[in-house]
Design a binder for this molecule. Structure first.
Ligand code: PBG
Length: 351
């Protein structure tokens, strides 16, 4: 059936008669043949995003009956444990198999050494226990870093304006052990102190937690894309920036160095963060290692899509799926994304 006969358009008609009288075009390949129908496109599709690829980062707050919106992260609220468990019904129901937890710590529990971070009955250990009781199969990944617990909003102990490395690592080790003790499946050090992967691996093994994995934030950049996350946790640095420990956005070879170190120290999965402005880094790391590679589609990347969609400027679902697919195509085996629920729903509906 010809809906729109091309002969009806004068210029096209001219070209048609020209094509008919000239010899056949020497086209051996016509790539468009494989794009002709949805069935063909599906058959030759190289990258297929699935719900198994996704880890859902979630924010937890103390108390009960709490569900607090974060203006810069629409759709990603902070939950107290009771409501988090309710929310997880939906998350698990959508087929999402893994979550990453981040706490909002009240100011009175913060100090420079992040002491609350290794409280065995602190917010994260309590949350992990409750989740493991309700959803034993759900993979629970905990973030290991001091910033939510630090009066300074830094990922390490501060002395005279400097972030101390080895002293911080000692605290991170205690934090990781507290999370393992509570039942975390994996710990995810996001602090970028030197040597922390090895120190944590050694301590976990020494305490018998040989099956607790390490998802290492290996190539974590000093990025302006973390803004909305810092709103969610009220964890913005009180002075300066994070450039003495997080990586310079201009560097790529250094990412491979960080990855090599983390692998040598015992990382199970290496991560690149953020994702979108660093797709080349994801690609290089995937070529470089046989470990699974994770990428963090961070808060600012999420907020930009949500904001543009709210204005009606983009098609949110289409942009979300295109973005997540691009991260996977670049080489990520695993994607941490605040879009996990939306993506799971869209994929269920047929993408
Ligand atoms: C801090 C941490 C950050 C994120 C995860 N862990 C922010 C930072 O380094 O300041 C960012 C996540 C996001 O932006 O979505 N240890």
């Amino acid at each position: 059936m010809v809906l729109f006969p091309s002969t009806a358009i004068p210029d096209v008609a001219a070209h048609l008669s020209e094509a008919a009288t000239s010899p056949a075009l020497p086209l051996v390949h016509r790539p468009r043949r494989l794009r002709r129908t949805e069935g063909l496109r599906r058959m030759v599709r190289e990258t297929v995003l699935t719900v198994d690829d996704l880890i859902y980062p979630m924010f937890v707050v103390e108390g009960s009956g709490q569900r607090q919106q974060v203006p810069s992260m629409p759709g990603c609220d902070r939950y107290s444990i009771d409501l988090l468990i309710e929310e997880l019904q939906e998350v698990v129901g959508l087929g999402i198999g893994a979550i990453a937890l981040f706490p909002l710590i009240p100011d009175h529990q913060k100090d420079n050494a992040g002491t609350e971070s290794y409280n065995p009955t602190g917010l994260i250990p309590q949350t992990v226990r409750a989740i493991k009781q309700a959803f034993p199969q759900l993979l629970v990944i905990t973030d290991v870093a001091l910033d939510p617990y630090s009066t300074m909003g830094h990922d390490g102990i501060v002395q005279d304006g400097e972030i101390l490395n080895d002293e911080t690592v000692a605290v991170l080790v205690k934090q990781a052990l507290a999370h393992a003790e509570a039942g975390a499946d994996m710990v995810a050090p996001s602090d970028m102190m030197d040597g922390r992967i090895g120190a944590i691996r050694q301590a976990l093994d020494a305490e018998g937690w040989i099956n607790v994995g390490i998802l290492a934030y290996s190539a974590k950049y000093a990025s302006a894309y973390y803004g909305p996350f810092r709103d969610a946790l009220e964890s913005a640095p009180k002075f300066g920036d994070k450039k003495t420990y997080q990586m310079d956005a201009a560097n790529a070879a250094e990412a491979l160095k960080e990855v090599d170190l983390d692998i040598a120290e015992g990382a199970d999965i290496v991560m690149v963060k953020p994702a979108l402005a660093y797709l080349d880094i994801i690609h290089r790391i995937k070529q470089h290692t046989n470990l699974p590679v994770a990428a963090y589609n961070v808060s600012g990347e999420y907020a930009m899509v949500k904001a543009a969609a709210a204005q009606g400027w983009i098609d949110e679902t289409a942009v979300m799926l295109e973005t997540l697919t691009s991260i996977k195509r670049a080489g990520a085996d695993v994607i941490l994304t605040y879009f996990a629920k939306d993506a799971a729903r869209a994929l269920k509906a047929g993408g």
